[in-house]
Design a protein around this ligand. Structure first.
Ligand SMILES: *Cc1c(COP(=O)(O)O)cnc(C)c1O
Length: 477
């Protein structure tokens, strides 16, 4: 008898055989990329051509080649010459936890829809709080990304600090936050979503090393007050995204305490260094933050997207939303840590805690320390090579695993140098044998690398520089 469509969709044997095939394909891919059996990190394609390909595939493509084609049309994070954006080369075991979450599909908002993951999430966030140097009063939860984490933290801050009950009544007075002008754009976006407007985002200029100039805080604060803006929070970046440089969290904490405002640490990228004895000094003062954001999918080898949001005073994490969804959550004053949706922006979320737990269970905290040390160490070596070479200039001596550098030729002015480096980066992208990105700092365009991958060696980085020089020579002719 022919299976019905839905029988076929849910057929366990089909799942088994396709699943095994896929795991084989992915394991081969992992081996091929990490061992550089394929030269390319990506096969660049113009957006319009890419669109055509997938339109055509939907109609005429062979279903059996679908996964293979996805691999061929994406950027290969595990490739040693992937040194672009801050995406984790996922630890394969977390790919398996992704799979479990996908099949079980427990939404976690209420305890019954995720008993194990709600308990596991508590264990993970308690551990993170402890490592950050928080006391017993602290707790937190996992959420979908640093962007959402930062927004949620600022909502909690407004709830805790602002003089009005804005959640209930809406806001009548202008409110503001303070943040370095090098902070991730999502902080600005969060503030705009909260209705603070342009004038409510007090951007503090940076020092020469791109960290917040904390000497200016008092003046900027007073100016805002004079303009009738009530400041309720200050955000420190650890580190900021473009350059990987850490704001002085101790000084920000001191200022926040003095003004009785909320201190939020955006440690989406670098919070992971708390696991490293060698590098945790970069986060000095983070224990004073009222809230901390830390991404698992950046430096902790996990799939996108999983973020810890931690609160120094855990009670405040329960007060952010204060809503009554009676069919889901009964009104309660108790800290119902086991009903995830009480505190998260999301209602449904996937079982992201499994990635954190399986890594800790299988490899221990040491895996995070080893990874951070490996990546931050090699970045120092890369910086040494760049600094010793007169053809290159770094924007700043790196603190983490992000390096901004550019090719320089004394015969060229800033505009021409920018143009040259822009062309170099475009050629590298189209060639596909390396993946690097770019950033603009002040009026200067930089090539930007983030060393995310333990397979990247100094040899790779030297080849990249040679490659950049060759391109510069040809382009300058
Ligand atoms: C990446 C990053 C973010 C955004 O996090 P997502 O997880 O991509 O939403 C925010 N802040 C900093 C400092 C970051 O590096």
């Amino acid at each position: 008898m022919k299976k019905s469509l839905l029988q076929s969709v849910y057929d366990p044997e089909e799942f088994r055989s396709k699943g095994h095939e896929l795991i084989d394909l992915l394991a081969d891919h992992l081996g091929n990329t990490t061992q550089e059996k394929s030269e390319k990190v990506l096969h660049w394609n113009l957006p319009e051509k890419e669109l055509k390909f997938w339109q055509e595939f939907l109609v005429n493509g062979d279903e059996a080649n679908f996964f293979q084609n996805i691999l061929a049309h994406t950027t290969h994070i595990h490739h040693p010459r992937y040194i672009g954006h801050q995406a984790s080369p996922t630890a394969p075991v977390t790919v398996l936890t992704n799979l479990i979450s996908g099949l079980l599909n427990n939404g976690m908002a209420v305890y019954e829809m995720g008993m194990a993951p709600n308990a596991i999430e508590r264990i993970i966030t308690d551990l993170l709080c402890k490592r950050m140097g928080y006391t017993q009063n602290a707790n937190g939860f996992l959420t979908s990304g640093g962007t959402l984490g930062n927004l949620t933290a600022l909502l909690a801050a407004r709830r805790a600090v602002a003089s009005e009950d804005i959640w209930k009544n809406g806001s009548t007075k202008p409110l503001g936050i303070m943040v370095s002008d090098q902070a991730h754009y999502c902080v600005d976006r969060a503030a705009k979503i909260m209705g603070l407007g342009e004038k409510g985002v007090i951007k503090i200029p940076v020092n020469e090393d791109y960290t917040m100039n904390t000497a200016l805080l008092e003046t900027y604060y007073e100016d805002a007050q004079e303009a009738g803006i009530e400041i309720f929070a200050i955000v420190g970046s650890a580190p900021c995204t473009a350059t990987g440089m850490h704001d002085n969290l101790e000084e920000i904490a001191h200022f926040a305490k003095q003004k009785k405002i909320w201190f939020h640490a955006d440690a989406a990228h670098g919070g992971a260094a708390i696991f490293s004895n060698k590098y945790k000094h970069l986060l000095k003062g983070i224990q004073y933050a009222d809230s901390i954001v830390l991404d698992g999918h950046k430096m902790l080898m996990m799939p996108m997207i999983t973020t810890a949001l931690l609160f120094k005073n855990g009670q405040q994490s329960y007060e952010t939303f204060m809503l009554h969804a009676d069919y889901l959550l009964s009104a309660s004053k108790e800290q119902e840590w086991y009903n995830s949706g009480r505190r998260t922006f999301e209602c449904t979320k996937y079982m992201m805690c499994l990635h954190w737990y399986v890594l800790l269970k299988n490899y221990g905290e040491e895996v995070f320390e080893t990874s951070i040390d490996t990546l931050y160490d090699i970045t120092q070596d890369f910086n040494a090579i760049l600094t010793a070479d007169t053809d290159f200039e770094v924007a700043v001596v790196p603190e983490s695993n992000i390096v901004c550098f550019r090719y320089i030729d004394i015969a060229l002015d800033t505009t021409a140098t920018n143009q040259l480096n822009t062309q170099i980066r475009q050629q590298i992208l189209e060639e596909g044998t390396f993946y690097i990105v770019q950033t603009t700092l002040g009026d200067k365009y930089y090539l930007r690398t983030t060393i995310m991958n333990p397979f990247t060696t100094l040899t790779h980085l030297k080849i990249l520089l040679k490659n950049v020089k060759q391109k510069a020579k040809v382009l300058s002719l």
